[in-house]
Ligand binder design. Sequence first.
Ligand code: MSP
Length: 509
Amino acid sequence: MSFYITTPIYYVNSEPHHGHAYTTIAADVVARHHRQRGEDVFFLTGTDEHGTKIAQAAEERGLTPQQHVDVMAPKYRALAAAVGASNDFFIRTTDPEHEAFVQAFVEKLRAAGDIEKRTYGGLYCTACEGFWYERDLTPEGLCPQHGIKPVWLEEENYYFLLSRYQDRLAAFFKADPGFVKPRSRYNEALSFIEQGLEDISISRSSITWGIPVPWDQEQVIYVWVDALINYLSALTYARPDEDLSARYWPAFHFLAKDILKFHAVIWPALLMSAGYDLPTGELIHGYLLVGGEKMSKTRGNTLDPFAVIEDMGAEPLRYYLMREVTLGQDGDVSLEGLRARYNNELANELGNLLSRTVSMIGKYRDGVIPQAGPEGDGLATVASEGERMVATATAQYGELNVTGALDSIWEYVRRLNRLVEEEAPWKLAKDEAQAGRLDAVLNGLASGLRLVALAVYPVVPLTAVEILSRLGQDVGDADLLLDTASWSALVPAPVVLGPPLFPRLETEG
Ligand code: MSP
C-alpha cells in the first residue's frame, strides 16, 4: 500500500517561521506513522517561487527574482531538515522540470476546452495573490486576511472555466464527506461551491516573473495554478529516470485554512479538467497564534524556529506543537509553554522513567534486562494496558488526532512511573525471596518503555530511537514497525547508560 502526503509549498518572500515549521512537522508525523504501518510512503514539501509577491520582495532587496529565490529557498530546505522532516523530495517551482510539466498541464486544460481569453478587473491583494469581492473586505476596505489595501487590477487574461465544474464538485463533495477534515472546513468548502463558482483567471500579463503560457509568450501562468501543480510534477522528476506518479498519486494534502479554497475547490476542478484522479483527502489545520494573533510574515510577528531548535533541539518543539495544538484548531504557543511541557512531560515523566529503569537494571541485574519469569497479576495488567495504549494511539494517529495519541501515550508513561513507586525495586532488591518479582518488574519497565518508544516515534523519532538503544534493542527500520509492538517482543539485552534524555531547563530567573 502506498501513501503520498504533501505540505503546501511555502512562499519565499521572507524568512521561514514557526507556522511553516508546524505544517511540516504535522505532515512528517503522519508520514512517519504510515511508514511504521509498513506502507510505501512519499512525503513532499518545497517552495513556491513565482508571482508578484516574490518579484516585489526581490525588488525591495535590490535583487533579481532569481537571485532572491536562490537565497531564500535553501532556508526553507534547511527548516525542513532542522525540524527533522523525513521528506523524500524538496520541490522548487523554479525547477525546469516543474516548469515544463506546468506548461503541459495547462495545455491539457486548453485541450479540454476549459480555457478562454477575457478581460477582468478586480481588487487584488498581493499578499494573498488573489482577488477579493468588495463585500468581503473589512469596513476600511482592507484585505481581511492581511489587513492591507487591495489594488485595482484589470487585464486581458486566460480564464479557466471553473463554473463548469460546480455540479461535479458538489457531487464529489457529497459522495465523500470525509474529503476535507475537519467537518467545519468541509462545510465551508461545500457551501462556497454551492453559492456558485465564477471562472478564474489563470494567467497574468502585467508581470514577467512566472512560467510563460505555452501558446502566448506575453502572459505568465497565475502563481496559484503553477503552485498547485507541484503536487503532481514532483513525482515525475523526484527520482532520476523514474516516474513515480502511478506508484503514489493521488496525494493527501496538509494545509491551513487560509488556502482552503485553492486546495478544496480550484485544485480538484483543475484535476478533473486535466483528467487526473482527485486527492484522497485534505487536512486543514488551524493557525498558531502568538498572544492571540496569527503568526505571519506579512504581519511581522514571527518567532524564529531556528533559535528554539538551536537551544534545545527539534524534538521538544515537535512534541510541544503536536501536544499543545489540536490539528484543525487554532492554538496559542509560547516559549514559556514549551519550557513548561519540556520540564514536566519530557524531562520529569519520560526522561526520568528511562533513567531510573536503566540505572536499576544496571545496579540490580549487572546491566542486563532480566527474563520476566512468572509475572503476577499486577504486571499482566500493565502488559495489556501497554498493548492497548499502542492500539489506541495507532487508531488516533490514523484519525489525525496526534494530540489524542500523545495523551494516550503519556497516560501510560505515568502508569509506568506509578509502577516504580508501587513496587519499590530498591526494597525488592534487599530481599532475596523477591528476586523473581524484581526480575518481572525490571523486565516490565523495559517492555513498557519499548512500547512507549514505538508509539511516540512519529512525534519524537530521535528520542524513540534513543530509548530503544539504551534498552539494548535494535533500531533498524523493521524494528520500528508497529507490528513488532507486542509486550513480549523485548529482547533481554544489556542496557546502555547515558546522560539524561532531556536535561531539566532552569526556570527563568
Ligand atoms: N505558496 C502558498 C501555498 C501554495 S501550495 C500549492 C502559500 N504559502 S505560505 O508561505 O503563505 O504558506 C501558507 C501555509 O503555511 C499555511 O497554509 C500553513 O500550512 C502554513 N502557515 C503559515 N502561517 C501559519 C500559522 N501562523 N499557523 C499555522 N500554519 C501556518 O500560501
